[in-house]
Ligand binder design. Structure first.
Ligand code: ATP
Ligand code: MG
Length: 583
């Protein structure tokens, strides 16, 4: 290379440097073409320049800058143009006289000003473009001109490679971020699904657990009822005995009171295990809440304000009213205990339809119309890990002697037995809401007649009663109670014994039988057989299972059941009810 540059050469080099700088900052092929076209003309000092792109097997004359139009926008087969030759042969073409060079398609040049040219491929291994310079006269570029042009071609190749790399990177990045968004969406959906499933499974698991505990407590309650029948029956007989006076009488009374409390506890257990006898009737919950208002105020004390929001046009509910009252009082007492420093209790009623959406989240509920009774407090709330357990019998967080842990379990059992639904919401430090959904009734019944005042227990007139009971202790108490009441008594330990007794005794007025008997014949089977033989025979059933019908067979509408444990008074009244009724 020469030692010094002319001004024109210096300017050409500086144009090249500028062009290289610009090319390094381009982001699109259009920009590259634009920069190269301008720079090529200035660097070469030619009368025209073209930018040619390889387009499959064609040379595409994308752009040009010339004193007169050349081939801008046209495509030629690679074999039929000098740019194609340069790209295919990966080398430059210096053509001082185009009409003396066989590589040149002379006809294409005849309409143009071009007499000489320089064509340089862009890219070394696999040229993807070419840059051409054209002169109107005979011109043979010197080494410096060729070097400049080749340098521009190299910079162009790099710029095109960068642009296409950038484009593919951009599209890869876009694709990756779209994929990431898709994965995130799928993940969130899966997470939601899993959480939903887990919630439902937990609820089902909880419901199953409650069912199992219910069965267990129900069985336990039955056994206790038999024990209590013996204890209470004997204590009552003892107390009625004229010889029991003074201290022994006091002791017997205390024992009887304790036994009564035991019986109450068993009733609560039976409520939880859904085996208490219920007397559902159509009632107005608004009326029930209003009726209890004064009692609740007294129970909750001055520090707790009671608010009621009773819905207009509330549907009647079909439910045992005394159980709803007990439930409401239990919920209010729980609320009071959760607000030792005072607060607010809100009682609300409303018509609610439990729809499929609700059922999807609460699979233990049954869709339909319900009358809702909700009790909210502003108390301590229940931590999430305990919330699941509050309906379990004997679950309590209260100190010994303060709570038995049967309040909510009773409500739970009663609501389930009434074909309703119960739900508890709680947040620590905010408060608790218990919502009870009771089935909707079609109409409200006329007001129930006022209870008749207690009258002395009616006595027997020597009627013959046949007692059938497999437990000797229970049987012997029953016999003594009946004798005390003025009846004649015979007894049997099972159905066969009873049938034999019926055959041998002159006249039996009433069969007093346990529903559950040993061997294959139940109390109901026995009664049916006995009535077949003695159509006028009266029957009174007894059982430690208040829903004995489920266990011992189907009762008829006229059958009367006395639940164990019973007071002697209750026995006396039931006996007269059955003996005095005319069929
Ligand atoms: N409104 C409430 N606010 C905070 N905790 C409550 C609420 N209601 C119930 N609980 C929690 O649930 C537990 C069980 O309640 P439940 O009514 O069954 O039994 P208890 O109140 O402890 O005893 P019982 O009602 O038999 O006297 C309570 O000990 C208490 O921890
Ligand atoms: Mg309670």
């Amino acid at each position: 290379m020469r030692e010094s540059f002319s001004t024109a050469e210096r300017s050409a080099w500086s144009t090249l440097v500028d062009a290289i700088e610009q090319l390094s900052a381009t982001h699109s092929l259009e920009q590259v073409i634009d920069i190269v076209r301008t720079a090529a003309r200035r660097i070469s000092g030619a009368d025209g320049v073209t930018f040619v792109l390889r387009d499959g097997g064609l040379c595409y004359y994308v752009d040009e800058d010339a004193i007169a139009p050349l081939w801008k926008g046209q495509r030629f087969p690679m074999s039929a143009c000098i740019s194609g030759w340069a790209m295919l042969n990966k080398q430059k073409a210096i053509v001082p006289d185009i009409y003396a060079d066989a590589r040149i398609p002379h006809d294409a040049y005849r309409p143009t000003f071009v007499k000489s040219l320089l064509m340089v491929p862009v890219g070394i291994e696999n040229p993807i473009a070419a840059i051409g310079a054209y002169w109107a006269d005979h011109h043979e570029p010197d080494e410096n001109e060729v070097t400049l042009f080749e340098s521009l071609a190299r910079a162009t190749a790099t710029a095109i490679a960068n642009v296409s790399l950038e484009a593919s990177l951009r599209s890869a990045a876009e694709k990756a971020s779209a994929q990431a968004a898709e994965i995130q969406r799928a993940y969130e959906q899966t997470k939601r699904d899993a959480e939903h499933r887990l919630r439902i499974e937990e609820q089902l698991h909880q419901a199953q657990k409650m069912e199992a505990v219910g069965q267990l407590t129900g069985g336990l309650a039955h056994d206790f009822n038999n024990l209590l029948a013996v204890i209470m029956g004997n204590l009552e007989l003892l107390l009625e005995d004229q010889t029991a006076k003074g201290q022994p009488a006091k002791m017997a009374t205390a024992a009887l009171e304790a036994a009564n409390r035991g019986a109450q506890l068993v009733r609560h257990l039976l409520a939880f295990s859904r085996r208490q006898p219920l007397q559902p009737e159509p009632i107005s919950l608004n009326g029930l809440v209003t009726g209890l208002h004064a009692l609740l105020e007294r129970t909750l004390g001055e520090n707790i304000a009671i608010r009621t929001h009773l819905a207009d046009n509330l549907w009647p509910a079909i439910v045992d009213p005394s159980q709803v009252e007990t439930a409401l009082i239990n919920m209010a007492v729980n609320a009071r205990d959760a607000m030792p420093n005072g607060g607010r209790l809100t009682i609300e009623t409303g018509n609610k339809r439990l729809d499929d959406d609700y059922i999807a989240l609460n699979p233990e509920a049954v869709p339909g119309d319900y009358v809702m009774l909700s009790v909210s407090d502003t108390g301590s709330g229940i931590p999430p890990h305990l919330l699941q357990r509050v309906f379990e019998p004997f679950f309590t967080t209260k100190p010994i002697g303060k709570g038995t842990g049967l309040g909510l379990s009773m409500i739970y059992g009663f609501v389930k037995q009434s074909n309703g639904h119960i739900k508890i919401y709680s947040e620590v430090g905010v408060g608790t809401t218990v919502r009870v959904y009771l089935p909707r009734a079609q109409s409200v019944a006329a007001a129930a007649p006022a209870a008749t005042p207690a009258s002395p227990a009616p006595v027997g007139h020597g009627e013959m009663i046949l007692v059938v009971e497999d437990r000797p202790d229970v049987r012997s108490v029953a016999c003594r109670q009946l004798a005390r009441l003025g009846y004649r008594v015979s007894d049997a330990a099972d159905a066969n014994g009873a049938l034999r007794a019926l055959g041998s005794i002159d006249r039996v007025d009433l069969l007093f039988t346990d529903v559950v008997l040993p061997d294959s014949m139940s109390g109901v089977d026995l009664a049916n057989e006995a009535r077949r033989l003695h159509p006028s025979l009266k029957v009174l059933y007894t059982s430690g299972f208040p829903d004995a019908a489920r266990i011992g067979g189907k009762f008829s509408a006229t059958d009367v059941l006395l639940s164990k444990p019973y007071r002697i008074d209750e026995l006396a009244r039931k006996l007269r009810q059955v003996l005095d009724e005319t069929r």
